[in-house]
Design a protein around this ligand. Structure first.
Ligand SMILES: NC(=O)c1ccc[n+]([C@@H]2O[C@H](COP(=O)([O-])OP(=O)(O)OC[C@H]3O[C@@H](n4cnc5c(N)ncnc54)[C@H](OP(=O)(O)O)[C@@H]3O)[C@@H](O)[C@H]2O)c1
Length: 288
Protein backbone atom coordinates (compact mmCIF):
# COMPACT_ATOMS: atom_id res chain seq x y z
CA UNK A 1 0.00 0.00 0.00
CA UNK A 2 1.24 3.48 -0.83
CA UNK A 3 0.97 5.90 2.04
CA UNK A 4 0.37 9.39 0.74
CA UNK A 5 0.85 12.87 2.07
CA UNK A 6 -1.39 15.89 1.40
CA UNK A 7 -4.79 15.42 -0.17
CA UNK A 8 -4.53 15.27 -3.96
CA UNK A 9 -2.34 13.98 -6.77
CA UNK A 10 0.16 16.63 -7.83
CA UNK A 11 1.38 15.19 -11.08
CA UNK A 12 -0.03 12.71 -13.52
CA UNK A 13 0.83 9.04 -13.07
CA UNK A 14 1.42 6.64 -15.89
CA UNK A 15 1.63 9.24 -18.67
CA UNK A 16 4.78 10.56 -20.26
CA UNK A 17 4.09 14.18 -19.49
CA UNK A 18 3.63 15.91 -16.21
CA UNK A 19 0.02 16.99 -15.73
CA UNK A 20 -1.11 20.58 -15.43
CA UNK A 21 -0.45 21.86 -11.96
CA UNK A 22 -3.02 24.63 -12.01
CA UNK A 23 -5.30 23.98 -15.00
CA UNK A 24 -3.37 26.67 -16.88
CA UNK A 25 -2.04 24.26 -19.47
CA UNK A 26 1.42 24.64 -17.95
CA UNK A 27 3.51 22.01 -16.19
CA UNK A 28 4.46 22.09 -12.52
CA UNK A 29 7.41 24.14 -11.36
CA UNK A 30 9.98 21.99 -9.53
CA UNK A 31 12.93 23.45 -7.60
CA UNK A 32 15.84 21.00 -7.22
CA UNK A 33 18.79 21.90 -5.00
CA UNK A 34 22.10 20.13 -5.65
CA UNK A 35 21.15 19.79 -9.33
CA UNK A 36 24.64 20.20 -10.81
CA UNK A 37 25.43 16.47 -10.64
CA UNK A 38 24.44 13.11 -9.16
CA UNK A 39 20.88 12.38 -8.09
CA UNK A 40 19.71 16.01 -8.43
CA UNK A 41 20.93 16.31 -12.04
CA UNK A 42 19.39 12.97 -13.04
CA UNK A 43 16.12 13.83 -11.30
CA UNK A 44 16.01 17.12 -13.22
CA UNK A 45 16.60 15.34 -16.56
CA UNK A 46 13.86 12.79 -15.86
CA UNK A 47 11.37 15.47 -14.80
CA UNK A 48 12.31 17.51 -17.88
CA UNK A 49 11.39 14.55 -20.11
CA UNK A 50 7.90 14.84 -18.58
CA UNK A 51 7.78 18.53 -19.44
CA UNK A 52 8.44 20.01 -15.98
CA UNK A 53 9.52 23.62 -15.50
CA UNK A 54 12.71 23.40 -13.46
CA UNK A 55 14.66 25.69 -11.18
CA UNK A 56 18.11 24.17 -10.69
CA UNK A 57 20.35 25.28 -7.84
CA UNK A 58 23.94 24.47 -6.79
CA UNK A 59 27.31 26.24 -6.41
CA UNK A 60 28.94 25.07 -9.66
CA UNK A 61 27.35 27.45 -12.19
CA UNK A 62 28.89 25.86 -15.30
CA UNK A 63 27.79 22.32 -14.39
CA UNK A 64 24.35 23.69 -13.57
CA UNK A 65 24.07 25.37 -16.99
CA UNK A 66 25.00 22.07 -18.66
CA UNK A 67 22.24 20.26 -16.78
CA UNK A 68 19.78 23.07 -17.60
CA UNK A 69 20.66 22.73 -21.31
CA UNK A 70 20.11 18.93 -21.11
CA UNK A 71 16.71 19.57 -19.50
CA UNK A 72 15.68 21.96 -22.28
CA UNK A 73 16.80 19.45 -24.92
CA UNK A 74 14.73 16.81 -23.11
CA UNK A 75 11.58 18.91 -23.45
CA UNK A 76 11.40 20.83 -20.18
CA UNK A 77 12.00 24.46 -19.27
CA UNK A 78 14.89 25.18 -16.93
CA UNK A 79 16.67 28.05 -15.25
CA UNK A 80 19.91 27.76 -13.28
CA UNK A 81 20.43 29.67 -10.04
CA UNK A 82 23.96 29.57 -8.66
CA UNK A 83 23.52 29.23 -4.91
CA UNK A 84 25.15 27.93 -1.76
CA UNK A 85 22.37 26.49 0.41
CA UNK A 86 24.35 27.15 3.59
CA UNK A 87 23.66 30.87 2.97
CA UNK A 88 20.11 31.84 3.76
CA UNK A 89 20.13 34.75 1.31
CA UNK A 90 21.08 32.34 -1.52
CA UNK A 91 18.10 30.14 -0.63
CA UNK A 92 15.86 33.23 -0.75
CA UNK A 93 17.37 34.01 -4.19
CA UNK A 94 16.52 30.51 -5.49
CA UNK A 95 12.85 30.94 -4.61
CA UNK A 96 12.80 34.54 -5.89
CA UNK A 97 14.25 33.22 -9.17
CA UNK A 98 11.50 30.62 -9.38
CA UNK A 99 8.85 33.28 -8.77
CA UNK A 100 10.35 35.64 -11.32
CA UNK A 101 10.73 32.97 -14.01
CA UNK A 102 7.57 30.93 -13.50
CA UNK A 103 5.40 32.72 -10.93
CA UNK A 104 4.97 29.68 -8.70
CA UNK A 105 6.57 26.65 -7.03
CA UNK A 106 4.79 23.28 -6.98
CA UNK A 107 7.58 21.02 -5.70
CA UNK A 108 10.73 21.77 -3.70
CA UNK A 109 13.30 18.96 -3.69
CA UNK A 110 15.84 19.45 -0.88
CA UNK A 111 18.60 17.34 -2.39
CA UNK A 112 21.87 19.28 -1.92
CA UNK A 113 24.12 17.24 0.31
CA UNK A 114 27.63 16.45 1.48
CA UNK A 115 29.06 13.48 3.33
CA UNK A 116 32.02 12.25 5.35
CA UNK A 117 33.97 9.00 5.66
CA UNK A 118 35.94 8.70 8.90
CA UNK A 119 35.63 7.16 12.32
CA UNK A 120 34.81 9.82 14.95
CA UNK A 121 38.02 9.33 16.92
CA UNK A 122 40.12 9.84 13.77
CA UNK A 123 38.51 13.17 12.86
CA UNK A 124 41.09 15.92 13.38
CA UNK A 125 38.96 18.71 11.90
CA UNK A 126 35.67 18.96 13.82
CA UNK A 127 34.60 21.65 11.34
CA UNK A 128 33.44 18.71 9.21
CA UNK A 129 30.49 18.29 11.58
CA UNK A 130 29.50 21.93 11.23
CA UNK A 131 29.80 21.96 7.43
CA UNK A 132 27.77 18.79 6.93
CA UNK A 133 25.03 20.02 9.25
CA UNK A 134 24.94 23.37 7.43
CA UNK A 135 24.50 21.82 3.97
CA UNK A 136 22.29 18.82 4.73
CA UNK A 137 20.12 20.19 7.50
CA UNK A 138 20.18 24.00 7.61
CA UNK A 139 20.24 24.26 3.80
CA UNK A 140 16.99 22.32 3.70
CA UNK A 141 15.49 24.44 6.49
CA UNK A 142 16.37 27.72 4.72
CA UNK A 143 15.07 26.55 1.33
CA UNK A 144 11.86 25.21 2.82
CA UNK A 145 11.22 28.40 4.77
CA UNK A 146 11.60 30.63 1.71
CA UNK A 147 9.63 28.32 -0.61
CA UNK A 148 6.74 27.75 1.79
CA UNK A 149 4.64 30.85 0.97
CA UNK A 150 4.56 29.78 -2.71
CA UNK A 151 4.05 26.11 -1.82
CA UNK A 152 1.05 27.09 0.31
CA UNK A 153 -0.45 28.91 -2.71
CA UNK A 154 0.03 25.87 -4.96
CA UNK A 155 -0.78 23.30 -2.25
CA UNK A 156 2.51 21.81 -3.34
CA UNK A 157 5.00 19.25 -2.12
CA UNK A 158 8.26 19.36 -0.17
CA UNK A 159 10.69 16.50 -0.81
CA UNK A 160 13.60 15.77 1.53
CA UNK A 161 16.37 13.54 0.16
CA UNK A 162 17.71 11.98 3.34
CA UNK A 163 19.47 8.58 3.50
CA UNK A 164 19.17 5.23 5.24
CA UNK A 165 21.56 6.84 7.76
CA UNK A 166 18.54 8.94 8.85
CA UNK A 167 16.96 5.72 10.12
CA UNK A 168 19.87 3.74 11.58
CA UNK A 169 23.39 4.41 12.84
CA UNK A 170 26.28 3.80 10.42
CA UNK A 171 30.00 3.74 11.36
CA UNK A 172 32.30 6.30 9.65
CA UNK A 173 29.27 8.53 9.07
CA UNK A 174 28.55 10.00 12.53
CA UNK A 175 28.19 13.60 11.29
CA UNK A 176 26.32 12.61 8.14
CA UNK A 177 23.90 10.35 10.01
CA UNK A 178 23.31 13.12 12.56
CA UNK A 179 22.46 15.61 9.79
CA UNK A 180 20.09 13.17 8.10
CA UNK A 181 18.43 12.27 11.42
CA UNK A 182 17.98 16.04 11.90
CA UNK A 183 16.36 16.33 8.45
CA UNK A 184 13.99 13.52 9.30
CA UNK A 185 12.97 15.05 12.63
CA UNK A 186 12.44 18.44 11.02
CA UNK A 187 10.35 17.23 8.08
CA UNK A 188 8.31 14.68 10.05
CA UNK A 189 7.37 17.50 12.46
CA UNK A 190 6.70 19.99 9.66
CA UNK A 191 4.40 17.48 7.92
CA UNK A 192 2.12 17.55 10.96
CA UNK A 193 2.19 21.34 11.14
CA UNK A 194 1.23 21.56 7.45
CA UNK A 195 -1.46 18.87 7.57
CA UNK A 196 -4.33 21.34 7.02
CA UNK A 197 -2.50 23.45 4.44
CA UNK A 198 -2.54 21.03 1.53
CA UNK A 199 1.27 21.09 1.40
CA UNK A 200 2.67 17.55 1.51
CA UNK A 201 6.04 16.27 2.73
CA UNK A 202 7.77 13.31 1.09
CA UNK A 203 10.88 11.86 2.74
CA UNK A 204 13.27 9.77 0.65
CA UNK A 205 15.77 7.37 2.21
CA UNK A 206 18.21 6.01 -0.40
CA UNK A 207 20.92 3.44 0.33
CA UNK A 208 24.19 3.56 -1.62
CA UNK A 209 23.64 5.20 -5.03
CA UNK A 210 26.37 5.36 -7.69
CA UNK A 211 27.33 9.06 -7.78
CA UNK A 212 30.53 10.96 -7.06
CA UNK A 213 29.43 11.89 -3.53
CA UNK A 214 31.94 9.62 -1.77
CA UNK A 215 34.96 10.93 -3.71
CA UNK A 216 34.13 14.32 -2.22
CA UNK A 217 33.41 12.87 1.24
CA UNK A 218 35.35 14.61 4.02
CA UNK A 219 38.08 12.42 5.48
CA UNK A 220 39.68 12.70 8.95
CA UNK A 221 41.57 15.87 7.94
CA UNK A 222 38.44 17.48 6.53
CA UNK A 223 39.70 17.09 2.95
CA UNK A 224 37.94 15.01 0.23
CA UNK A 225 38.97 11.36 0.37
CA UNK A 226 39.12 11.30 -3.49
CA UNK A 227 38.73 7.50 -3.88
CA UNK A 228 35.33 6.00 -3.09
CA UNK A 229 35.45 3.14 -0.54
CA UNK A 230 32.20 1.82 -2.07
CA UNK A 231 31.95 -0.68 -4.94
CA UNK A 232 30.10 1.87 -7.06
CA UNK A 233 29.36 -0.58 -9.90
CA UNK A 234 27.46 -2.83 -7.47
CA UNK A 235 25.16 -0.24 -5.87
CA UNK A 236 21.92 1.37 -7.11
CA UNK A 237 22.31 3.21 -10.43
CA UNK A 238 21.50 6.91 -10.18
CA UNK A 239 18.82 6.52 -12.90
CA UNK A 240 16.90 4.02 -10.73
CA UNK A 241 17.11 6.25 -7.68
CA UNK A 242 15.86 9.31 -9.60
CA UNK A 243 13.03 7.29 -11.20
CA UNK A 244 11.91 6.19 -7.73
CA UNK A 245 11.86 9.81 -6.57
CA UNK A 246 9.85 10.89 -9.63
CA UNK A 247 7.31 8.18 -8.83
CA UNK A 248 7.09 9.29 -5.20
CA UNK A 249 6.45 12.88 -6.33
CA UNK A 250 3.68 11.74 -8.68
CA UNK A 251 2.05 9.78 -5.87
CA UNK A 252 2.79 12.29 -3.12
CA UNK A 253 4.14 9.39 -1.08
CA UNK A 254 4.81 10.03 2.59
CA UNK A 255 8.18 8.25 2.51
CA UNK A 256 10.34 6.06 0.32
CA UNK A 257 12.73 3.62 1.96
CA UNK A 258 14.96 2.32 -0.81
CA UNK A 259 16.52 -1.16 -0.97
CA UNK A 260 15.29 -4.38 0.62
CA UNK A 261 18.06 -4.07 3.24
CA UNK A 262 16.74 -0.64 4.25
CA UNK A 263 13.16 -1.85 4.58
CA UNK A 264 14.23 -4.93 6.52
CA UNK A 265 16.46 -2.83 8.79
CA UNK A 266 13.47 -0.69 9.84
CA UNK A 267 11.59 -3.72 11.15
CA UNK A 268 14.63 -5.48 12.58
CA UNK A 269 15.55 -2.37 14.56
CA UNK A 270 12.45 -2.87 16.67
CA UNK A 271 13.21 -6.48 17.58
CA UNK A 272 16.96 -6.96 17.11
CA UNK A 273 18.76 -3.59 17.06
CA UNK A 274 22.17 -5.23 17.64
CA UNK A 275 21.71 -7.19 14.42
CA UNK A 276 21.00 -3.95 12.52
CA UNK A 277 24.26 -2.51 13.92
CA UNK A 278 26.14 -5.54 12.57
CA UNK A 279 24.47 -5.25 9.16
CA UNK A 280 25.44 -1.55 8.98
CA UNK A 281 29.04 -2.30 9.99
CA UNK A 282 29.28 -5.05 7.39
CA UNK A 283 27.88 -2.80 4.63
CA UNK A 284 30.61 -0.24 5.33
CA UNK A 285 33.35 -2.89 5.51
CA UNK A 286 32.22 -4.51 2.25
CA UNK A 287 31.58 -1.19 0.49
CA UNK A 288 28.11 -2.09 -0.71
N1 LIG B 1 24.87 8.81 -3.45
C1 LIG B 1 24.43 8.13 -2.38
O1 LIG B 1 24.86 6.99 -2.12
C2 LIG B 1 23.38 8.74 -1.48
C3 LIG B 1 22.74 7.88 -0.57
C4 LIG B 1 21.78 8.41 0.28
C5 LIG B 1 21.46 9.74 0.21
N2 LIG B 1 22.09 10.56 -0.67
C6 LIG B 1 21.74 11.97 -0.67
O2 LIG B 1 21.32 12.37 -1.97
C7 LIG B 1 21.62 13.75 -2.15
C8 LIG B 1 22.40 13.90 -3.46
O3 LIG B 1 23.60 13.15 -3.35
P1 LIG B 1 24.47 12.71 -4.61
O4 LIG B 1 24.89 11.33 -4.36
O5 LIG B 1 23.79 13.07 -5.85
O6 LIG B 1 25.75 13.64 -4.39
P2 LIG B 1 26.67 14.45 -5.40
O7 LIG B 1 26.75 13.75 -6.71
O8 LIG B 1 27.92 14.76 -4.67
O9 LIG B 1 25.83 15.78 -5.60
C9 LIG B 1 25.62 16.64 -4.51
C10 LIG B 1 24.93 17.89 -5.01
O10 LIG B 1 24.77 18.77 -3.90
C11 LIG B 1 25.28 20.05 -4.26
N3 LIG B 1 25.79 20.78 -3.11
C12 LIG B 1 26.71 20.38 -2.21
N4 LIG B 1 26.95 21.36 -1.31
C13 LIG B 1 26.13 22.39 -1.67
C14 LIG B 1 25.92 23.69 -1.16
N5 LIG B 1 26.57 24.15 -0.08
N6 LIG B 1 25.01 24.48 -1.78
C15 LIG B 1 24.35 24.04 -2.88
N7 LIG B 1 24.51 22.83 -3.41
C16 LIG B 1 25.40 22.02 -2.81
C17 LIG B 1 26.38 19.74 -5.28
O11 LIG B 1 26.58 20.85 -6.15
P3 LIG B 1 27.80 21.91 -6.08
O12 LIG B 1 29.01 21.18 -5.64
O13 LIG B 1 27.84 22.41 -7.49
O14 LIG B 1 27.33 22.93 -5.11
C18 LIG B 1 25.74 18.61 -6.07
O15 LIG B 1 24.90 19.12 -7.06
C19 LIG B 1 22.41 14.19 -0.92
O16 LIG B 1 21.56 14.84 -0.02
C20 LIG B 1 22.91 12.88 -0.34
O17 LIG B 1 23.14 12.97 1.04
C21 LIG B 1 23.04 10.08 -1.53
Amino acid sequence: MTRTTGDRPLLSTGGTRVADSDNSGLSPVVVVTGASKGIGAELARQLARQGARLVLAARDGEALERVAAQCREAGGSAIAVRADVTKERDCLAIMAGAHLAFGRIDVLVNNAGATMWSRFEDVADLGVYERIMQVNYLGAVYCTSHALPLLRESRGLIVGIASLTALVGVPTRTGYAASKHAMRGFFDSLRIELAESGVGVTMVYPGFVATGIRENASGPDGKPIRVSPVKESEVMPVEDCAARIVRAIHRREREVVMTARGKMGLWLKLVAPGLVDRIARRAIERGR
